[in-house]
Design a protein around this ligand. Structure first.
Ligand SMILES: Nc1ncnc2c1ncn2[C@@H]1O[C@H](COP(=O)(O)OP(=O)(O)OP(=O)(O)O)[C@@H](O)[C@H]1O
Ligand SMILES: [Mg+2]
Length: 259
């Protein structure tokens, strides 16, 4: 089930280094939001606060609030392990378990949730997830072959299948296409457009065309200089960000005049 994300005045730290400052943003369910901005402005750092992966890094902590459908993600008694099952993540480099079969890769997360997954339920989940990730037809005859034997684009779709197999509410993607060729990139973009019917999707991308193709809303982050915190500069409909941004820095960045 797709859920909303509401962030209120979030500061993100690595020990005492303030990496991202004062982010407030509302993200609607069933939408795709793109995070853009120069390297080092904190896109990945901020993204990881949305499923509590940030605090896995020693010294990583936040101040402020993140609400998922109104529930405080950092509230007392909230189990971060459970959070990560509801808010899935896909990384820049496809990271399937290389020697594990395609089938078991898809089921890896689901098995953590349900230790006694039956063979038939597992088969159904594998097919549904691979269908959902637009990979089924390419791999249905080789489900017992290792995940590492797939092409880069197929591996990334396998990771997406693994992420959606646990039925998350939100899917976070950190530059999911940066290691892919244009055809695989196009396949992932098509997939994102379909997945937004079921999930709230946030994607970090350095590719302006990709942001304008796949996202409904775009958030532009920027940084004033080394050692300074990254900030959310402008957040609006993607068409507005790319054609009529309010802030000069946004305009400079989206038109390639940055730096
Ligand atoms: N594990 C870490 N420990 C300490 N500082 C970190 C860590 N990871 C990132 N940072 C710092 O946090 C800031 C934001 O980095 P982050 O990786 O979030 O930027 P980004 O916008 O994702 O950049 P890129 O576009 O290059 O991926 C940078 O100053 C970076 O050096
Ligand atoms: Mg990054």
């Amino acid at each position: 089930m797709s859920k909303s994300i509401e962030v209120q005045d979030l500061n993100v730290y690595y020990s005492d280094f303030l990496a991202v400052e004062g982010v407030s943003i509302d993200i609607e369910p069933r939408s795709v939001t793109a995070f853009i901005g120069p390297s080092g402005c904190g896109k990945s750092t901020f993204l990881r606060t949305l499923n509590r992966m940030h605090e896995v890094i020693p010294g990583g902590h936040v101040k402020g609030r993140v609400l998922i459908d109104g529930d405080d993600l950092y509230g007392p008694g909230v189990d971060p392990v459970l959070v990560r099952r509801h808010v899935g993540m896909v990384f820049q480099r496809p990271n399937p378990f290389p020697t594990m079969s395609i089938r078991e890769n898809v089921l890896a997360g689901a098995r953590l949730n349900n230790k006694r997954l039956s063979k038939s339920d597992g088969d159904a989940l594998v097919e549904k997830s691979l269908q959902g990730a637009n990979l089924w037809n390419e791999v249905k005859d080789r489900l017992d072959k290792p995940g590492g034997g797939l092409s880069g684009g197929q591996q990334q779709r396998l990771c997406i299948a693994r992420a959606i197999a646990v039925s998350p509410d939100v899917l976070l993607m950190d530059e999911p296409c940066s290691a892919l060729d244009p055809i695989s990139t196009f396949a992932i973009e098509e997939l994102i457009s379909e997945l937004k019917n079921d999930y709230t999707i946030v994607i970090v991308t350095h590719n302006m065309q990709q942001a304008s193709r796949v996202s409904d809303k775009t958030a532009f982050f920027n940084i004033a200089g080394t050692g300074k915190p990254g900030k959310l500069i402008e957040y609006n409909d993607t068409s507005t960000i790319f054609t009529a941004p309010t802030v000069q820095a946004t305009e400079d960045y989206v038109s390639g005049r940055f730096g």
